[in-house]
Write a protein that binds this ligand. Sequence first.
Ligand code: ADP
Ligand code: MN
Ligand code: MN
Ligand code: MN
Length: 366
Amino acid sequence: MEHSARLNKTVLERYMELLPEGMVQAMYVWIDGTGEGMRCKTKTLDFIPKSVKEIPVWNYDGSSTYQAEGSNSDMYLVPVAMFNDPFRRGDNKLVLCDVYKYDNRPAETNHRKSCNEVMERARVDEPWFGIEQEYTLLSQDGHPFGWPKMGFPGPQGPYYCGVGANKVYGRDVVEAHYRACLYAGVKIAGTNAEVMPAQWEFQVGPCLGISMGDHLWMARFLLQRVAEDFGVTVTFDPKPMEGDWNGAGAHTNYSTKPMREDGGIKHIKDAIVKLSKKHVEHIRLYDPKDGGDNARRLTGKHETSSIHDFSSGVANRGASIRIPRQVGEDGKGYMEDRRPSSNCDPYRVTEAIVRTTVLDDWSDFQ
Ligand code: ADP
Ligand code: MN
Ligand code: MN
Ligand code: MN
């Protein structure tokens, strides 16, 4: 087990110090047919790309990513966002891509295209998002990292924002990931240890429009890649342990320009009324199984609301939508949608929120 983590990283370093002149390694990154898994492969470029537009379209075998039949398997990778590569460093790049089918239609799990169109239509409202990504570290046997192999850790209480070897498990991964995100240019806002031991959170944002999804997906990629080096795996499952253990979400903090201006609380409350009328539609888009994953998490316990009800309130962590206390006091700011699952597609979530609260339009939703 954990073979790749056991390979000698000091030997690897000698090769990583080689700096081939004029050659750039571009690692293309994309979302596979599960809508949760990520894939990557690398292409040599003989120039240093100044913008993502200079990076060529590429392709891959969609029959190996749950995306196409073997007889007609080529999928197109269209670069959409470029980041610095914290693993290869130098001029090397990570390239987030949109996936298109042979007939130029977006792949079923390419939700970026429609999200981007919606964000363009909502441009004047300047939608900002900040997503809190919760996740759990696992040993390669699928057991939470650092948990006793037989039995369980003590009950929840001491672990959230904890310190000490008996309180938090896997901080090395968290620290490495934080730096990797900063180096890459991912807009990471912070990190904390979560309520369940081996569960952690990082926040990305505030990000304008489409960049929310771009930065969050790249942050997820970096996390899994960093964890690979340590021989640890990451799960974004929203309820990795049944029983009295907290699940994992992707709380989505949201504001528009009017909400951020003086008296903006009025616009926040208007938006919450609109969201209350679309609860079922949103739940369907807040995890990759049309609500099936969140059904395990949104139980009404463990700081969640029930999946069946819509609720909101100031400082209420048992509500669907929370207005942070400070926002209530300032009379402006943002709201927090606590429903999205940790394995949600942020393109779907942000599109849904903007459709409901800004555009008031679901007519062309696909
Ligand atoms: P919590 O108290 O729920 O744990 P966090 O501090 O973890 O909140 O995350 C708050 C998130 O809200 C951050 O990602 C931050 O970028 C985001 N945020 C702050 N202000 C705004 C805003 N005006 N609009 C949208 N997102 C915001
Ligand atoms: Mn948080
Ligand atoms: Mn949290
Ligand atoms: Mn939160």
